[in-house]
Ligand binder design. Structure first.
Ligand code: IPM
Ligand code: MN
Length: 349
């Protein structure tokens, strides 16, 4: 019996989570596992009504679950940064979900903005460090508001934090068993403290993984290769901010936010799975948003829980639908409504 915490969140989050839960119900019957759900309202609406975000009591409660299924965070009525820090980053940090795993896989070349790229050319995974770096929130203002103002934002990298992320990436590359190539994406030529530590640790660990081919690319060049030669990549490991940036580009080359999913993973604790597209306020309540990213996130969650067959089945069905049924992966252009896409997935299982 899996205990799953559900955080529908803001905007289109509840709509896509609904479709994911339909699929969960259907696959659980087919693959014979049981689960119980509990809803957690950490939305912007609740914040506006009560002033509440995620507190220590919520964290203690969430630690009792096997996984968290998240819709989206971000409410246009709340000042930017409050929900993001008070809900999403709070959960990632407090639950020590130190890996953000973002597969970039093209299911149909028709949805790729790159010329002549096929599904076999775009199939890689970004392992983003998810607990440190610029996201740590360290820094200060000096002489705020004056003409001499200085704003300092610190990238915080610990040997332990870097090493556990790199180790995860090496193990993941080995387990994935494709090209067995791990690329460190950094900026060693300019950010000479942080990336010196990353590179040194990477080189040390590489000795323990002689079967994994290692490579290095600067982050700016990485964005160029994503567009020019995405087929070069297998697994990419990078820090929090670079991972944030390159995975939005990754989402675009795999067909857009309608299909991009990710997992915030604590290999020893509670992990959280989400479509990476955000709350899409302008589509809220219209039944037009693409739920496939949320359904793929559900697949990642099941894979993480050990229901690999159910996860593979979800991916197989999504690939079929993306190739045979949908007109587009974009909101409002799919040729189907949000709930119809969810029904299609269930029907094809
Ligand atoms: C993401 C998002 C978040 C991030 C925001 C909403 C805080 O962009 O999951 O990539 O920057 O990590
Ligand atoms: Mn992002």
């Amino acid at each position: 019996m899996y205990k799953i915490a559900v955080i529908p969140g803001d905007g289109t989050g509840p709509e896509v989570v609904n479709e994911g839960l339909k699929v969960l119900k259907a696959v659980s019957k087919k693959y014979g596992f049981e689960y119980e759900l509990k809803n957690f309202d950490f939305s912007g609406k609740r914040y506006l009504a009560t002033g509440k975000l995620v507190d220590e009591g919520d964290i203690a409660e969430l630690k009792k679950y096997d996984a968290i299924y998240l819709g989206a965070v971000g409410d246009p009525d709340v000042k930017p940064g409050i929900i993001e820090t008070g809900v999403l980053l709070k959960l990632r940090f407090a639950l020590d979900q130190y890996i953000n795993l973002r597969p970039v896989k093209l299911y149909n070349s028709a949805y790729c903005p790159l010329k002549d790229k096929k599904p076999e050319d775009i199939d890689f995974v970004v392992v983003r460090e998810n607990s440190e770096g610029l996201y740590k929130g360290l820094g200060e203002f000096k002489d705020k508001g004056t003409k001499d103002e200085v704003a300092i934002q610190i990238s915080y990298n610990t040997r332990k934090g870097v090493e556990r992320c790199l180790r995860y990436a090496f193990d993941y590359t080995r387990k994935r068993n494709k090209k067995k190539k791990l690329t460190l994406c950094g900026k060693t030529n300019v950010l000479t403290y942080a990336w010196d530590l990353w590179q040194r640790t990477f080189n040390e660990l590489a000795k323990e993984y002689p079967d994994v081919t290692t490579d290095y690319a600067h982050v700016d060049a990485t964005t160029m290769w994503f567009v020019k030669n995405p087929e070069w990549f297998d697994v990419i490991v990078t820090d929090n901010i670079f991972g944030d940036i390159i995975t939005d580009l990754g989402a675009m080359i795999q067909g857009g936010m309608g299909i991009a999913a990710g997992g915030n993973i604590n290999p020893q604790g509670v992990s959280m799975f989400e479509p990476i597209g955000g709350s899409a306020p302008k589509y809220t309540g219209k039944n037009v948003i693409n739920p496939l990213a949320a359904i793929c996130a559900l697949g990642m969650m099941l894979d993480n829980l050990g229901e690999e067959k159910a996860a593979a089945e979800i991916e197989r069905v999504v690939i079929g639908i993306v190739n045979k049924d949908l007109k587009s992966l974009a909101a409002g252009k799919m040729g189907y409504s949000t709930s119809e896409v969810g029904d299609l997935v269930v029907k094809n299982l």
